[in-house]
Ligand binder design. Structure first.
Ligand code: OXT
Ligand code: ADP
Ligand code: MG
Length: 586
């Protein structure tokens, strides 16, 4: 059955032949792949070189996790699988966290890893970087495939692309035993074996019954609320989503990465009245958002009285329904098809919700925005989160195409609520898992995939997970401006060692660290700023020059809260509280 011929014929002309390297590159290219996020090494070093020679953009990182986070972010931004390429065992494992992250976030990504030959791995004979990678990958992604023969490369790549994209998107693992790349076969046969995937994102249209059920529930609501999730941002049905939200006239809450789908300054945006709308609403319409921990599973104090709400949900994944609360009107389908069908069913006589409800929400928004405004204008030194982020709010409003990357605890939660996003898919952050370390990979992907300026707002701890990638940013001369919110630690910099011993507290770092010098080491711009005015000037200079820049922003050690806005998730016990009374004061 094998069309492969040995590659060792010394006198054979190669004109009519191809090999595993070229077939893999060609299979990716005919499916529209333009960029590979990569860390070279045995057995994929030459694959990267040849891919670059064949016109693909191959960006090499310093660690596979960040190449993987870049691929995951690329999947979210482009609605096409982001490709990450790694070496075997350790490189593969480094990339696997990112693959699991992509899957958890419902983003398409393909992790291609070189591996040892089956004959060696299966008998556990102790190969160089030996590991049964396929078995290890399988539980952490949507699908996992291995290609053994050159003539199957087209099939393997097509399966991976379709699995990553169709239905709920996710991560796919593609196992490439090293010898596969060197297999040689007839070039014409090889070309014929490639598959260009047709319609990997097929429309998924909800039934008319499901639509009329949803319209009935939405119509009967007195205090309706829409929650837009990052699935709605991913879907790239921006105009339809906006039309639906505006036609219905409901207040809406954007989840973190759905911010900007409609501008955060939109009159229906209820972000600044979050507690009120979650508690008081009687009908919640979820569009590409899951009722997971980020929404307290749709229950508890913040959701008001038990049983006080009905839920309507659009999701491409049927099993998402009823995963946390009863969904009275499930709409299974893609967001564009569901929104189109709903708009058709609603027609032009839609009765918007009572003014009593929308007016109450608007008043709360107005009051909270006004309350926050003066805090955002302080010029304190050292800075607090409000003064520093207030400056960045203004700069993003003036430059709405800038892609904001954001991670940390206080640096994340404060930035999310303070900085308005004005356009779709202009915010990338820690996602469903709340992972630290996505920052530099996401920043590289955002710059490469969009060509836009990137502003990465990073907690000093968060940055520590991925900081070496500043060299990558400098090497490719990317328009990335990194602001380190430097409060000398995780959550706060003023923790003490409760034993009274000499080691610092578990949550504090070297005081007064100069992260800006790291950037200078690789030829980028690096500067320390101590007040919001200096911060504004430094960011503006970075936007003007589009040079890789790192701004070390000195934040007061005591400005943050334990775990930012999610301190309630830390476990506690009466024993621990009795033994460590200091714990209560944090
Ligand atoms: O309505 P109310 O009154 O409730 O008010 C709300 C809004 O109405 C209001 N608001 C506004 N007011 C006025 N104007 C405007 N425009 C406005 N907008 C909103 O503000 C409040 C809050 O609104 P929000 O944000 O919408 O609501 P809330 O309640 O926060 O939303 C709930 C959530 C759950 C949806 C939201 O909080 C959320 O999305 N949270 C995500 C949290 C998250 O994922 N955190 C990251 C993980 S934390 C922790 O695990 C960390 N680690 C451990 C670790 C991790 N994560 N990963 C790995 C690989 N290893 C270890 C570590 C190490 S964080 C961390 C490092 C931290 O240190 P850093 O130095 O990096 O950072 P610093 O803290 O800065 O030092
Ligand atoms: P957030 O964290 O912003 O609340 P989630 O990641 O929890 O968002 O939810 C995103 C949801 O969107 C997932 O359940 C996913 O299945 C769904 N989804 C992704 N793409 C589409 C699409 N094109 N149409 C409909 N639903 C989608
Ligand atoms: Mg910090």
């Amino acid at each position: 059955m094998s069309a492969a011929v040995p590659s060792t014929e010394p006198t054979q002309s190669v004109d009519n032949l191809t090999d595993g390297f070229h077939l893999l590159i060609d299979a990716l290219k005919i499916n529209g792949v333009k960029t590979i996020y990569n860390v070279p090494g045995i057995p994929i070093t030459d694959l990267g070189r040849y891919a670059q020679a064949q016109g693909l953009r191959v960006l090499s990182f310093r660690h596979e996790q960040h190449a993987g986070y870049a691929a995951a972010a690329a999947g979210f931004l482009t609605k096409k699988p982001g490709i990450c390429m790694t070496v075997s065992a350790p490189g593969f494992l480094n990339g696997l966290t990112a693959l699991a992250h992509a899957t958890t976030n419902c983003w398409p990504m393909i992790l291609i890893s070189g591996s040892s030959e089956r004959e060696i791995v299966d008998l556990q004979r102790g190969d160089y970087e030996e590991m049964d990678q396929l078995a290890i990958a399988r539980p952490h992604c949507k699908a996992a495939y291995r290609i053994l023969h050159a003539e199957d490369i087209g099939l393997g790549v097509a399966r991976a692309i379709r699995a990553a994209l169709t239905g709920r998107p996710g991560g796919v693992y593609l196992d490439i035993p090293g010898q596969l790349l060197g297999q040689v076969m007839d070039a014409v046969e090889g070309q014929k074996s490639l598959i260009e995937v047709v319609d990997p994102n097929p429309a998924s249209v909800p039934s008319p019954e499901a639509i009329s059920r949803a319209v009935d529930v939405l119509k009967s609501a007195k205090k309706p609320l829409i929650i837009l999730g990052k699935g709605a941002a991913y879907a790239q049905a921006d105009d339809k989503v906006r039309e639906l939200v505006e036609t219905l006239g409901f207040p809406y809450l954007p989840m973190s990465m759905a911010k900007g789908l409609l501008p955060d300054t939109h009159p229906q945006c209820a972000s600044a009245a979050r507690s009120l709308v979650l508690k008081e609403s009687d009908c919640v319409f979820l569009i590409g958002a899951r009722l997971n921990w980020l929404l307290q599973h749709g229950q508890g104090k913040s959701w008001g009285e038990k049983g006080s709400k009905k839920f309507v949900q659009i999701d491409i994944e049927p099993t998402e329904m009823d995963s946390n609360q009863k969904i009275s009107a499930p709409l299974i389908g893609d967001i564009e098809s569901c929104a189109t069908a709903l708009l058709d069913a609603i027609g032009s006589n839609w009765q918007k919700p009572p003014e009593e409800w929308t007016g109450a929400v608007s008043s709360k928004v107005k009051a909270n925005v006004e309350k926050m405004a003066p805090r955002l204008r302080n010029n304190n030194s050292p800075m607090d989160y409000q003064g520093s982020l207030g400056v960045m709010k203004e700069l993003i409003a003036q430059n709405p195409d800038v892609v904001l990357v954001n991670e940390g605890a206080n640096a994340l939660d404060q930035a999310r609520s303070i900085i308005d996003i004005h356009k779709p898919r202009k915010r990338l952050d820690v996602g469903t898992w709340g992972i630290m370390g996505i920052g530099m990979g996401s920043a590289v992907a955002a710059a490469v995939e969009t060509g836009n300026q990137v502003l990465a707002i990073e907690g000093d701890s968060a940055f520590g997970f991925c900081g070496m990638e500043v060299e990558t940013i400098c090497r490719y001369n990317l328009p990335v401006c990194i602001v380190i919110m430097n409060n000398n630690g995780i959550y706060r910099g003023d923790g003490t060692n409760w034993s009274g011993g000499e080691d610092p507290s578990t949550t504090v770092f070297v005081k007064g660290a100069r992260y800006d010098l790291m950037m200078q080491a690789f030829g980028g711009e690096g500067v320390t700023v101590n007040n919001p005015d200096e911060l504004r000037q430094a960011i503006q200079a970075a936007f003007d020059s589009r040079k890789p820049t790192l701004i070390n922003a000195v934040i007061a050690e005591d400005a943050g809260k334990e775990s930012g806005n999610i301190g309630n998730l830390n476990p506690s016990s009466v024993v621990a509280q009795a033994r460590y009374p200091q714990a209560k004061k944090i």
